[in-house]
Each structure stands twice: as C-alpha cells, then as structure tokens.
Design a protein around this ligand. Sequence first.
Ligand code: CP3
Length: 336
Amino acid sequence: MNKLTECILNKNSSLTPIWFMRQAGRYLPEFREIRQKNQNFIKLCLNPDLVTDITLQPMKRFSLDAAIIFSDILMIPYGLNQEVEFKKNFGPKLGSLDIDKIININNKEFIKKLSPVYEGIRKVKNKIENQDLIGFVGAPWTLLVYMMNRESPKKNFDINYINKDKSKSNKILKKIEETICLHVDKQIEAGANVIQIFDSWAGLLPSKELENYCYIPNLKIVEHIKKSKIPVICFPKGIKNNYENFCSVVKPDCISIDYEIDPNWIKNKANGITIQGGMDPKILLTEKENIKKNVEKFITIFSDYPYIFNLGHGVMPETRPEMIEYVIKIIREKKR
Ligand code: CP3
C-alpha cells in the first residue's frame, strides 16, 4: 500500500502523507503558462494529455504522496448538459437549468461526454508508481447550489430559493446523487484509488437542514464508494462543531478539516477516523518562521493519531511555490 492509503485504511500514525488541495493550480507558473494558451477551462479539463501534464506538474516539483486528478466538480453539471463557463475574475457561470432535460440524460450519454476525464486518469495512473491517485466529486448539496444558483453563492445566495420548490430541488438532488455515483465508479475504473468528496458549501446550511442536505447525501455517496473497497475522504467545509455529528453519521474513512476547526478538539471527536488538513492556506503567505511554527503545531498535535498533512482549503494563487517545498521539508525532517 502507498502512504496515503496506509494512513487512511490501516490508521498508521507513524507516517504523515502529504498532498495539497489545488496542488495543481494558478500558484504554479507552469500551470499559468498552459492556462494562458487554453482560455476555455472546460475544454482544458477535457484534454487528456494536458490533464496529465497539469496533474503531474506538482509531482515533478515536490515530494508529494498523492496526485489529485486535474478536473473540476462542475464537470458534473457540464456532463448533464447544463452550460458551464469560467469567467475571468468572476468564477463559474452556469446556464439555465432545464430539469426535464437533465433528468432524461442517460448514463451512456454522460459517460461519453466525460470520457476524456477518465482517459486522463488512465494516463496519469500509468505515469505514477509509488503515489496514490485521488479522484473527486462535489457533494450533492454543493452541486445543487451551483446548479440552481448558477454562480458562486459567495456573494449571492438565498436558501429559500432552494427550499421554495422542494419537489424541484429533490428531483435534481436525486439525479445529482445518481450521477455522482456513476462519475465515481468511472474514475475508480480508470485508476483512481482514493476518492474525496468536496462539500465546499455545507457551511451555508442552517444546523436543522444539515441532516437532510449534508449528512444523508454524503452518507449515500460514502456507502456507494465503500462497496468498491476504495477509501473515501469527506470535506464538509464550514460546518463548525457539527463536524462531530458529521463523523458519527457519515463515518468516512478520512475527514478533511477546514481552517476553522480546532485540531485538538476534532482529534477527540473523530472516533479514530483519519484526519486530514486544517492549516489555514493564508499561513503560506506569511514568513517562514510563522509557517514552521504552524506546520509543527499540526504535526505535534497529531503525532499519535493518523493524520494526512494538507491545508484547510485550497492553495491560494498568491502562494510562492517555494513555501510548499518548505512545508514538505519541515515535515519530512520530523517524520517519514
Ligand atoms: O486540487 C487540485 O489540484 C485538483 C483540481 C481541482 C480544481 N477544482 C481545479 C480548478 C479541484 C479538486 C477542484 C474542486 C472544486 N472546483 C471545488 C471544491 C474545492 C473548493 O475549492 O472548495 C469547487 C467549489 C470548484 C468550483 C470552481 N472551480 C470554482 C469556484 C472555480 C473558480 C474560482 C477559483 O477558485 O478559481 C473553479 C476554477 C478552477 N478549478 C481552477 C482550478 C485550478 C482555476 C481555474 C483558472 O485558472 O481560472
């Protein structure tokens, strides 16, 4: 077993596997160079050769324990024939949502549209040996938010819009859940040997809605993935002390914590589930001394607990690549 799977499945606390969310991304000059020449982000995600190159960019620079396939959670709405566009300085913009059209898309059509993603995974798998390959999906709630809100909910979101027409939301949610399972299966078949579920907007939900829109939908996907005997990491970002309930209801193999979670608190609440991440990505924009202090804090807290080093969200575009290298060096000097 490679280090990431060993830490997740065998709860081995003597190793600290390292990878970073958004490890392939805009903080890397070599990524920006490819991105510059490929203005259409969806098309870029559908180019297996470039997907392979971009996925491997951080693997070439740094000593990381896992590759995460270069893709996006919004490839699912794209595969369901909702238009998806990434606008500069705005983020994703989605087209109108025609429920009947979406519900009638069959698996074969979806797989055909996303087949370059799976081809990219196959290519990457052939090029790595001692590292794990992470496939990923957005969680049902987070995808529902993007599909119904049609843009990031950061500035503009009203939960009543989703609650107003429950039968409409539930119909889409069901289709999203089925499609997520399909997309996961195809990624596993192509060579992904760990899956991460990103519930990036779980924090928008009031506590009383978490069960319905966050825990149960995540549980369905987790149970589906467990059937394939593939480890699953959940990232229900922003749900604060409800991380405890999430762990006891959903029981993922690994829980990824965001930067608002106290690592000492979660260690006592996660019931032995492997913990990942936590350090605020903004720390990497500060000076080395402060970075070292914070990395050591996490390593010390989790010295006797199965822990994967990662951040509490993605690497920020402003991050200097040498700081990623520095973090890895600090950890490797202390641990395997
Ligand atoms: O982590 C990795 O290196 C793998 C690649 C990856 C991307 N997106 C590439 C990407 C992963 C795992 C994602 C997941 C994703 N996508 C999430 C969940 C994680 C999170 O950040 O909360 C979400 C919410 C999205 C949707 C999305 N994609 C947004 C909101 C944006 C635009 C805003 C932003 O952060 O740039 C994207 C674009 C995107 N996806 C980029 C990358 C490298 C930037 C594209 C660019 O160059 O403009």
